[in-house]
Design a protein around this ligand. Sequence first.
Ligand SMILES: [Zn+2]
Ligand SMILES: [Zn+2]
Length: 301
Amino acid sequence: MSDIRSVCTLAAAVSMLACTHARPSSVGVEPGRVPASLYAGGADCAGGLTFHVYAYDADFYILRQAACTSFEKPLLYLLFGRDRALLLDTGDKGADVRTPVDTLVRAWLARNGRAATRLVVAHSHAHSDHVAGDTQFVRRPATDVVGRDTASVRAFFGVRRWPDDIGAIDLGERAVDVIPIPGHQMASIALYDRRTGILLTGDTFYPGRLFVRDTAAFARSISRLTAFAASHHVTHLLGAHIENTRTAYRDYPEGTVDQPAEHALDLGVAQLVELDSVVHAMRGRMTRTALRDMTIWPVVP
Ligand SMILES: [Zn+2]
Ligand SMILES: [Zn+2]
């Protein structure tokens, strides 16, 4: 990324136009909106809502598990293509995830004059707060639940060499790239939705505590993800949790349920470049380090 920075710095000295001109084209990326707040509520489950649902656009939904059912408050994503829908993650235990997903699918089918569509259930990675709802989908008709281990993920998305190659899934007029990013967990992946330019980054990159279990793999994954972002039009980087507050460098204590002043969900490529630069400078000796919007948090096995 130092190359890109130097190109832009040089360009700025000559003409702002030159830097703008060097960026990838945005033609074809559909606009949408990430809500400024995705507040997951407090400890009281009054009203019975277990997931909060937000539309990025008519074919892309953000679901957030209510805080009263899990302090993790994971974020799930549901994308609709012409032929199939894809659900990324099924949440932590203690919540009905099937009902909100089925409600969104029914509404989409009605809007599009369709009788049915297949559903692919995939995972950003295999940790329990992202896969606990799988049991609610195993017997769902017309549904493919992708296995959680690396071999299953590789096979399903056609990743030839893990983690260096990129896999893909075509949902029908909606191509999604699958980028292996082990480090937080062995089977971690990022998804790049070419239609919206959204990069879904799971627990590997989000405004919170980036738990790193394999430091060497994590460093390589962040580096490859940064290279990917530099060569594609990325509109938002959306992860699977929010743990930082709106105050720079400060996260909520671990296990916090109610987060009324939490950080916005979406991050930009600049924060990814910053993370890559800091991780690279650590040269394999990773230490707990707070950045403005996230904390690098190595976990001793
Ligand atoms: Zn995780
Ligand atoms: Zn998690």
